[in-house]
Design a protein around this ligand. Structure first.
Ligand code: 5RP
Length: 250
């Protein structure tokens, strides 16, 4: 009896996982149509961006014609599996297109990113991209940002002091937030590719993001936040059977 119950639970969760993955694949299959031979491409980080790399990597003619750079060491390794070489970002004045995922996105295309810890390099790629395509499954689309904890990358020196300054900014905007230093699976502080810490801010709702974000980024020990405001040029949402594209004037 117990075995049957466990089997049923597993099959339900497997089905859910497969559906979620199919949505990501559907979004990735739509965005691949934007990539033309010879383009310079920024590769994002996370499970959805990985689906894009899997599809791109199988098209050898296309992938080998591109000049790519990556937003994380993890992505560099995944790209290597398909013999896609990731060049240093310094080798590019601009990127034609960057493809990335998101943790939350609202109807204006504003996002929370950094769930995978790659927010700084992701933002650097986004800034120099002519077009910035975000691919997501439909669970990432929200009315108000903030249910997903907002990641903020900070220097490792005196994190408590940085946290209290971040908290002051939240309070100024009438927000209550629990701020936690991110830890890895072994319980040690999570270290980003750039050697920094991340704090996750549990806010529920992010109010006045346009005013609040520069104030947080102005704290000397804050490197950047996971708020990506007014940056995405297109968002592609994957559903069970199809994907849809929304464009923004940037
Ligand atoms: C990593 C990111 C990712 O884009 C974000 O976490 C979404 O990941 P996934 O596609 O796995 O849900 O910002 O820093």
């Amino acid at each position: 009896m117990i075995e049957i119950l466990i089997y049923k639970c597993c099959s339900i969760s497997n089905k859910f996982l497969m559906t979620a993955q199919q949505k990501k694949i559907n979004a990735a299959q739509l965005v691949i149509k934007k990539i033309k031979p010879g383009m310079s491409i920024g590769l994002g980080t996370g499970s959805t961006a990985n689906e894009f790399i899997h599809i791109l990597g199988k098209d050898k003619n296309l992938s080998q014609s591109l000049k790519c750079t990556s937003s994380s060491n993890q992505t560099i390794e995944i790209a290597k599996n398909y013999s896609i070489e990731c060049l240093e970002l310094d080798q590019f004045d601009y990127l034609d297109i960057t493809i990335d995922g998101a943790d939350e996105i609202d109807k204006n295309g504003d996002m929370i990113k950094g769930g995978g810890g790659a927010l700084l390099r992701e933002k650097m790629l986004a800034k120099i991209s002519k077009e910035y395509f975000i691919i997501i499954d439909d669970s990432k689309s929200v009315k108000t940002l903030g249910n997903f904890p907002l990641p903020i990358e900070i220097i490792p020196f005196s994190p408590k002091s940085t946290i209290s300054q971040i908290d002051k900014v939240f309070k100024k905007y009438q927000m209550v937030s629990q701020i936690e230093i991110r830890v890895d699976a072994s319980g040690s502080n999570f270290i980003t590719d750039g050697g920094n810490f991340i704090v996750d801010c549990y806010c529920k709702k992010i109010l006045h993001s346009k005013e609040l974000n520069p104030e947080i980024e102005n704290i000397p020990s804050v490197i950047t936040t996971g708020l990506f405001l007014n940056m995405s040029s297109s968002v592609i949402i994957g559903y069970d059977q199809y994907a849809t594209e929304f464009n923004f004037d940037r």
